[in-house]
Design a protein around this ligand. Sequence first.
Ligand code: NAG
Ligand code: NAG
Ligand code: NAG
Length: 267
Amino acid sequence: MYLPYLGIFIVGLMVTQTAAAPEGRIVNGNVAANYQFPWHVSLTITVSDAASPRYCGASIISSRYLLTAASCLKNAQSVRADMGSTLFSNPKQTQYTVHYAVHPQFNSTYNTNNIGIVRLNDEIYYSNEKRAILLVGRSKVNSTFVDTAAYISGFGVYQKEMVYMSENLRYAYTTVVTNTRCELFYPPLSVSSETLCTTGYNHSLQTGCYGDTGGALVAHIDGTWYQIGLLSSIHNGGCSGTYPNLYTKIMPYLQWINQMTGLAINP
Ligand SMILES: *[C@@H]1O[C@H](CO)[C@@H](O)[C@H](O)[C@H]1NC(C)=O
Ligand SMILES: *[C@@H]1O[C@H](CO)[C@@H](O)[C@H](O)[C@H]1NC(C)=O
Ligand SMILES: *[C@@H]1O[C@H](CO)[C@@H](O)[C@H](O)[C@H]1NC(C)=O
């Protein structure tokens, strides 16, 4: 009922009214506008135990660090990070790095503590096309974010073979729902106070899909965009929108992120 190593499958952010066609055609997707998700990064990860690369999402959290899922970085040999474009084949900046960290308590069976950090070798020069997302701050420490409207962005094709990525950056508009909803579909141990659960906004079928793992879940709070989660798990029942997505909450990991990167914790 559950895929522990999601980054292995191709990413697809899709919106569909029906099950995807076997060819993997994307149906009813939202194509992102320029500058809409300037923090979005596409990762292509070379994995020691796989012939094909793994595709994941990530977010820029500072000029030298990216946030993603630990499951994306598992057994990674090197990471290619493409930034600054809504076109997959035309990034404005590409960097390669072998420096990354996965959370020490990451459990790959249940995808708990599914969070990791990539350290870049060179600075990202911020522009309208590429800049950091603010991480949610201390004042939201007790928030469940239930009923919050939130976006997940990603390149990708719904296809279980790692062949294509979507040429266009896409996004799904979602609502945070209670963890009870995810407990219906995911193993109980994988759902906790460290996770967020989402469904399509206003009962729509918009959803993150294979390979969007690691991408930022962002919400507009008090006039500012904040990252509140990162995509951790996708149900292997597919991306028809029937199944909720499971996210790693950012809040419980602010201290760890601070230790690893020196990035200040927001108020
Ligand atoms: C994951 O957690 C389960 C339950 O606590 C534990 O039995 C298992 O050994 C853990 N696996 C890893 C890889 O840490
Ligand atoms: C969070 O909850 C704890 C325990 O109830 C409380 O002491 C604290 O003030 C709360 N923090 C915020 C920012 O609401
Ligand atoms: C929610 O969906 C219903 C039915 O499609 C529509 O009438 C309504 O306007 C939508 N509400 C919002 C806030 O988008």
